[in-house]
Design a protein around this ligand. Structure first.
Ligand SMILES: *[C@@H]1O[C@H](CO)[C@@H](O)[C@H](O)[C@H]1NC(C)=O
Ligand SMILES: *[C@@H]1O[C@H](CO)[C@@H](O)[C@H](O)[C@H]1NC(C)=O
Ligand SMILES: *[C@@H]1O[C@H](CO)[C@@H](O)[C@H](O)[C@H]1NC(C)=O
Ligand SMILES: *[C@@H]1O[C@H](CO)[C@@H](O)[C@H](O)[C@H]1NC(C)=O
Ligand SMILES: *[C@@H]1O[C@H](CO)[C@@H](O)[C@H](O)[C@H]1NC(C)=O
Ligand SMILES: *[C@@H]1O[C@H](CO)[C@@H](O)[C@H](O)[C@H]1NC(C)=O
Ligand SMILES: *[C@@H]1O[C@H](CO)[C@@H](O)[C@H](O)[C@H]1NC(C)=O
Ligand SMILES: *[C@@H]1O[C@H](CO)[C@@H](O)[C@H](O)[C@H]1NC(C)=O
Length: 498
């Protein structure tokens, strides 16, 4: 029998670490000797082999070749010098790993950082065009190539991987077209370009967009200048060690941040597409997560597509009442999404003459992109929505706040039954959506009538015949009409129940 629980984990860890030590003891010995003597810079003509590394002056970051797990792929990267397990913050050649231990990092005659592996070369830096360059790893985690005048020719901070370090930028330069964005790793073992990308949209340059291809997965909400945070990220100001800022000049627009004390901190776009801000706790030797977004699947931007409701507990997307699955969206591989079944009267008055109405939906979390205003009464809020054809829903609360939604409803969350504290929203639908339900009631009554007649008519005929036969024996009109009344009452009551 295999041991289970913590003991099993402990023993497997012990086994693997002892194997690691056996295999790599020779490597580790050499490595530690090198690290102790490590410099923070590479000069022209100098080679860094896979056994060597350079360490920033304050011993915060380290640059060198590394492998992930037991893979034979070698990457040139930067990681925290003192943090274990190894936490990589930048990779030079994430899509082009080198396969042999003979690869070296060097600065070639042009003054560019190159990975040389026999005849295979990988250019790390570009455009140095300087005869006398050196590279230095700074305590910020930035690898900088500079000339003898210390002008920066190239820097790793301009080519982010999946980690946003203090001092880096996420944004763009509209003059050069340069974009600073984070891209997730494919998997924890494969750092090549994954699908999630955190970037800024030049059309809305005050917000983060988390994209998967061209699809928005999540957005941070607009930047609130006075609060120094994003609308949908109230957590940002809970911890004051982070100082985020939005910078704008004639060429560049970007977000950057600093940390107000010496805490080691990073913002990671992980392989699942979640953005995570965490700090290293020296005492506990672990990363402490301050916030992560999107918090839940239903928070992922337009996860269920428009006019649907999302449930976190049972992994479910459903069309709102009055909407049906949208074929166009399905073809575009969007996450489903729904379209209106019957056009609103305000859009197309030829469909039916009745005024649009509102359907009440309880225990929900409001959709994104609400517009709020103060009103005097609930009716006023309702009419504000009714009178604007673009308005698709409204909600009103006891503090007299009227919330209105225009166009598509996105990220409406349906809470589970046991979950209290949900809100109530009113969704605009064509009047005929309500008449259809009335129509169903009418049908029930027609069935009841048919059933009643098919029972009553033969019964009446039998009674008529019976009455004629018994005419001489006395007047039975009163008991017979009582009987007929009782039968019809029963049938009608039954019919109502259908
Ligand atoms: C490069 O590192 C060496 C130590 O190996 C150090 O003496 C030298 O000052 C460093 N150069 C620069 C420009 O920092
Ligand atoms: C650096 O590496 C390159 C390519 O492997 C090699 O040709 C060169 O001789 C090496 N230089 C030094 C100083 O080791
Ligand atoms: C890597 O290690 C795992 C066990 O940790 C093993 O199952 C796998 O076969 C190894 N892969 C390679 C390429 O050696
Ligand atoms: C390169 O720079 C060093 C000092 O940083 C200087 O001594 C040397 O003369 C320079 N070489 C050339 C070719 O400019
Ligand atoms: C936050 O960063 C901005 C811009 O870098 C700077 O002007 C400001 O002084 C910083 N605030 C704190 C409290 O560090
Ligand atoms: C903007 O870019 C131009 C050149 O493209 C440069 O001359 C100018 O100094 C830049 N402005 C700022 C504020 O950096
Ligand atoms: C849609 O998704 C399916 C499976 O997820 C994939 O095989 C297909 O290539 C996608 N189509 C488009 C147009 O992206
Ligand atoms: C009413 O809505 C406003 C705006 O969304 C919100 O700040 C407030 O807490 C709500 N009041 C109640 C009692 O829910």
């Amino acid at each position: 029998m295999h041991p289970t629980g913590p003991e099993a984990i402990m023993s497997s860890r012990k086994v693997s670490s002892s194997i690691c030590c056996l295999i790599f003891s020779f490597f580790c010995m050499q490595f530690s000797i090198v690290v102790d003597a490590a410099s923070d810079n590479i000069s022209q003509g100098q080679n860094i082999t896979h056994l060597e590394s350079i360490v920033s002056a304050g011993k915060i970051f380290e640059l060198g070749f590394f492998t992930l797990r037991n893979s034979t792929n070698y990457y040139l990267g930067i990681w925290y010098h003192k943090i274990s397990p190894q936490t990589v913050v930048w990779i030079a050649n994430r899509d082009q790993p080198v396969k042999s231990t003979s690869a070296v990092l060097t600065i070639n005659n042009e003054g560019n950082l190159m990975i040389m592996d026999g005849r295979i070369t990988y250019r790390v830096s570009e455009n140095s065009l300087s005869q006398n360059t050196s590279a230095i790893l700074l305590d910020s985690g930035n690898l900088v190539v500079r000339n003898e005048n210390l002008d920066i020719l190239w820097q790793s901070f301009d080519y982010p991987s999946n980690t946003f370090l203090p001092g880096m930028k996420i944004g763009y330069n509209r003059k050069t077209g340069k974009v600073w964005s984070l891209t997730s790793w494919k998997t924890a073992e494969d750092p090549s370009l994954g699908t999630a990308e955190l970037k800024m949209d030049p059309k809305q340059p005050n917000e983060y967009f988390l994209m998967s291809g061209s699809q928005i997965i999540w957005r941070s909400g607009v930047w609130l200048w006075d609060e120094s945070r994003f609308t949908l990220l109230p957590e940002m100001t809970v911890n004051y060690i982070y100082n985020f800022s939005l910078y704008r000049d004639e060429n560049e627009t970007y977000f950057t941040y600093s940390v107000t004390d010496s805490t080691i901190s990073r913002l990671l776009l992980d392989t699942s597409g979640q953005v995570q801000q965490s700090s290293w706790l020296e005492g506990r030797q672990s990363w402490f997560l301050f916030w992560a977004q999107p918090r839940e699947r239903c928070d992922s931007y337009a996860y269920c597509g428009p006019f649907s409701s999302c449930r976190n507990d049972i992994t479910d997307c459903r069309c709102l009442l009055g909407f049906r699955p949208s074929e166009i969206l399905k073809r575009l591989n969007q996450s489903g999404g729904c379209a209106r079944r019957i056009p609103l009267q305000c859009e197309d008055s030829s469909v039916n003459g009745d005024e649009d109405r509102f359907l009440e939906m309880n225990n929900v979390e409001f959709p994104y992109n609400t517009k709020e205003s103060k009103v005097l009464a609930a009716e006023e809020c309702k009419f504000a929505c009714f009178n604007d054809c673009a308005c698709t829903a409204y909600a009103y609360n006891v503090t007299a706040v009227c919330s209105l939604w225009y166009g598509e409803l996105l990220n409406l969350i349906q809470r589970s039954e046991g979950d209290i504290g949900g809100k109530t929203i009113y969704i605009k639908l064509a009047a005929s959506e309500f008449q259809n339900r009335g129509g169903q009631k009418k049908l029930t009554w027609v069935i009841a009538l048919v059933v009643a007649l098919s029972v009553l008519l033969p019964a009446a005929y039998i009674i008529y015949r019976w009455r004629r036969k018994l005419k001489e024996k006395g007047n039975l009109l009163v008991p017979i009409s009582l009987f007929v009344g009782a039968v019809s009452m029963y049938v009608c009551a039954y019919g109502k129940c259908i």
